[in-house]
Design a protein around this ligand. Structure first.
Ligand code: PLP
Length: 396
């Protein structure tokens, strides 16, 4: 089975007991035992549940790993990976990192003596130069949020291996429909399944997949010991989302490419961030390591002010103002006031999150309608700017 479309659909088992085509939701806390320790493979749903197990084996198959584990959120998946570390260990992380990952690194794990250093991983040599004997984990997101930076997974995996570090890739933005980090040498993949895998903005979930079984066993131990498991119902929802992942992601990519090209040609736009544009710094790396460029597009305005961004984000109809991404409905957000609000202004700007930066999660509506929606919002902010000028002139 080498086509991802077929694999996504046929790695989901039919129920051996009843033949049910949809994986049954085993909504149970415990399982009857014939004698102590004699059971049908399950004894307690924190340790294992058949619905969750179906999802865990599905994600391991499609990410081409040995073992999968499903968690209550993307952050609890990240948390489980961090628990592989010990006091004194160091993490080397991509500088444009997801805000929640930054928070758990600095505000939870730092006090246990785990140090994190951030580097621009878009240049692989930077990683090599920053590794110390204490570095045990390299943390990549590619593409990143919200500036869509792309890092070369294969090159960084080689560096990690030569220095006996684990490489973990947060594959949330690409999804396994586009990018398979474990086949490029990564040791661990994590997901916020809340985004493209779930795909319908109706759940919070996280996944971990390891290339080797031994590391997977450690993650499974942590999952059971810490207990942040995904519920049977949410496991079922993620399975259901994955059934259409391939189709959805294809359309997300096509729509995002059209939107990015439209933005690039618009006179009110300063810069467009999308790996599918030839102007993107690491376009060739993205084209080599992924089958598509994803559904997230960010851009800045020529009028680089919070005011202008505010006027824009409140002027669209189909793009709804909300955090998150990867669902069927298009969303937009303003990182400076939303996801990156807690980061000091100077640091935020230096990392590329300009005052007017707007992030779009391009959904599955008709691409022409989405472009019209953006066109109308530009027209509205232009007439607003015109009025402001008239006012200013009136006061001269
Ligand atoms: C949303 C997100 C997370 C966190 O996932 P939750 O499901 O919200 O806990 C982690 N990484 C990336 C890249 C994300 O977009």
């Amino acid at each position: 089975m080498n086509s991802i479309a077929t694999q996504l659909i046929h790695s989901i088992p039919t129920d051996p007991l009843t033949g049910a085509v949809s994986v049954p939701i085993y909504q149970t806390s415990t399982f009857v035992q014939e004698a102590p320790g004699v059971n049908k493979g399950y004894d307690y749903s924190r340790s294992g549940n058949p619905t969750r197990a179906a999802l865990e084996s599905l994600i391991a198959t499609i990410e081409k790993g040995a073992a999968g584990a499903a968690f209550a959120s993307g952050l609890s998946a990240i948390d489980a990976v961090l628990k592989l570390l010990e006091t004194g260990d160091e993490i080397l992380a991509v500088d444009d990192i997801y805000g929640g990952a930054f928070r758990i690194f600095t505000q939870v794990y730092q006090k246990f003596g785990i140090k994190v250093r951030y580097v621009d991983t878009t240049i692989a040599e930077n990683v090599l130069n920053a590794i110390t004997p204490k570095t045990k984990l390299i943390w990549l997101e590619t593409p990143t949020n919200p500036t869509l930076k792309v890092s070369d997974i294969e090159a960084i995996a080689k560096i990690a291996k030569s220095r006996q570090c684990l490489l973990c890739v947060d594959n949330t933005f690409a999804s396994p429909a586009l990018q398979l980090p474990l086949t490029l040498g990564a040791d661990i993949v994590i997901h916020s399944a809340t985004k493209y895998l779930g795909g319908h903005s109706d759940l919070i979930a996280g996944l971990v997949v390891t290339r080797e079984q031994e590391l997977g066993d450690k993650i499974k131990f942590i999952q059971n010991a810490s207990g942040a498991i995904l519920s049977p119902f949410d496991s079922w929802l993620v399975i259901r989302g994955i059934e259409t992942l391939h189709l959805r992601v294809k359309q997300h990519c096509a729509n995002a490419q059209a939107v990015a090209e439209f933005l690039q040609s618009h006179p009110a736009v300063n810069k467009v961030y999308y790996p599918g544009l030839k102007s993107h710094t690491n376009h060739t790396v993205a084209a080599r390591q992924a089958k598509g460029f994803g559904g997230v597009v960010s851009f800045t305005l020529k009028d680089d002010t919070v005011d202008a961004a505010n006027a824009f984000i409140t002027s669209t109809t189909y793009f709804k103002l909300a955090e998150s991404l990867g669902g069927v409905k298009s969303l937009l957000c303003h990182p400076a006031q939303m996801t990156h609000k807690s980061i000091p202004e100077a640091i935020r700007r230096a990392s590329g999150v300009a005052d007017s930066l707007i992030r779009l999660s391009v959904g599955l509506e008709d691409a022409g309608d989405l472009i019209n929606d953006l066109e109308n919002a530009f027209a509205k902010i232009k007439s607003r700017a015109g009025k402001k000028e008239q006012l200013a002139e009136a006061f001269v």
